[in-house]
Design a protein around this ligand. Structure first.
Ligand code: SAH
Length: 347
């Protein structure tokens, strides 16, 4: 496919506090923040210019994400398989589900997300799909099998792209799906070519949410659907400018390990989509449906096989495992929300 540069991001009009929560360099990974003197932004005629220092922090974040997934994907696949995302459970389901129960819950997450977005199996209109932040390609291979669609996945991790392509070949799907290293914020695709733009748990890594969303919209075909399933912080109440310090502190600790910039809320995503005049914008909070997931991941990490694999995998995996209880705490205290946001690009 011809490579075209993404259009420059222009800031869309949002309330002032939302602009700063979506665009300021405070979005950058805490441990990679340069000195505060360099981290100033300048607002001019509604646009926020990010300094050179912030740009290099974005670069450092990108590298950190790539290294994190290069190191941890093999371990995840060994224990959990090829879907690197939460499972979807009935709110009252038992947390003692078998391993296959968790895998089914992960497939169900894909199915529920498609259903929520109005994409059904009978629908044959889904011919081309981009899987933005594809991991090792679990979603792409599933969607290609279900819809016969052609899927292209992008990831920052060369290890993931290679493994995703190898799995596609092993499953005789390489004529339908392919994977490459590319940045979601500057996708190497022409405008308007994908019937389905799919981002399963990658949005939380994006340092510039407005640019991310604009890029998803740019590559979507007219009438195409966009699905964003992502970690969010709670919606701010009316008049509230920011999270409470203890809430921010909790998220910052998670950011350091999982290579995340600052978070935003589900309603921030909705505002972004509204500002781009998208249609049929819908969102939901699925936090209750994912509640059994992290306790299950922790249980598998504490098995003999899990511990040995963790130690073999390296420090990033070990730090990741130690951070998992913070995810549970965040959900329990209502700071972290598991959000789905979908919409359709006008014809
Ligand atoms: N969607 C996959 C993987 C989720 S893990 C699944 O559900 O199995 C998060 C993924 O987002 C990783 O593959 C990571 O490389 C990717 N990612 C994070 N930031 C990215 C960026 N800027 N551009 C492309 N991929 C990105």
């Amino acid at each position: 496919m011809k490579a075209t540069l993404a259009p420059p991001s222009s800031l869309i009009s949002l309330p002032r506090h939302k602009v700063s929560s979506l665009r300021s360099p405070s979005l950058l990974l805490q441990s990679q923040r340069p000195s505060s003197a360099l981290m100033t932004t300048t607002a001019s005629r509604g646009s926020v210019a990010v300094t050179a220092a912030a740009t290099s922090s974005v670069e450092a974040l990108r590298e950190g994400i790539a290294e994190f997934y290069n190191e941890t994907s093999g371990l995840w696949e060994e224990i959990w398989g090829d879907h690197m995302h939460h499972g979807f459970y009935d709110p009252d389901s038992s947390v003692q589900l078998s391993d296959s129960g968790h895998r089914e819950a992960q497939i169900r997450m894909i199915e529920e997300s498609l259903r929520f977005a109005g994409v059904t199996e009978e629908e044959k209109k889904i011919k081309r799909v981009v899987d933005v932040g594809c991991g090792i390609g679990g979603s792409s291979r599933y969607i290609a099998s279900q819809f016969g669609a052609e899927c292209i996945g992008i990831t920052l991790s060369p290890v993931q792209a290679k493994r995703a392509n190898d799995l596609a070949t092993a499953q005789s799907l390489s004529h339908k799906v392919s994977f490459q290293v590319a940045d979601a914020l500057e996708q190497p695709f022409e405008d308007g070519i994908f019937d389905l733009v799919w981002s399963m748990e990658s949005g939380e890594h994006m340092p510039d949410k407005a640019k991310f969303v604009k890029e998803l919209v740019r590559v979507a075909a007219p009438g195409g659907r966009i699905v964003i399933v992502t970690w969010c912080h709670r919606n701010l109440s009316q008049g509230e400018e920011a999270l409470q310090p203890w809430e921010q502190n909790l998220l910052d600790r998670i950011c350091k390990t999982f290579y995340l910039p600052a978070w935003c809320s589900t309603s921030d995503h909705v505002d972004l989509l509204q500002s781009l005049s998208l249609q049929d914008i819908k969102c939901a909070d699925w936090s209750e449906n994912v509640a059994p997931f992290w306790p299950a991941v922790i249980r598998t990490a504490l098995t003999w096989k899990g511990l040995v694999s963790l130690l073999r995998s390296g420090m990033k995996s070990i730090k990741g495992a130690l951070t998992m209880p913070l995810m549970i705490e965040g959900y329990k205290k209502g700071v972290i929300k598991f959000g789905i946001i979908t919409c359709q690009k006008p014809l």
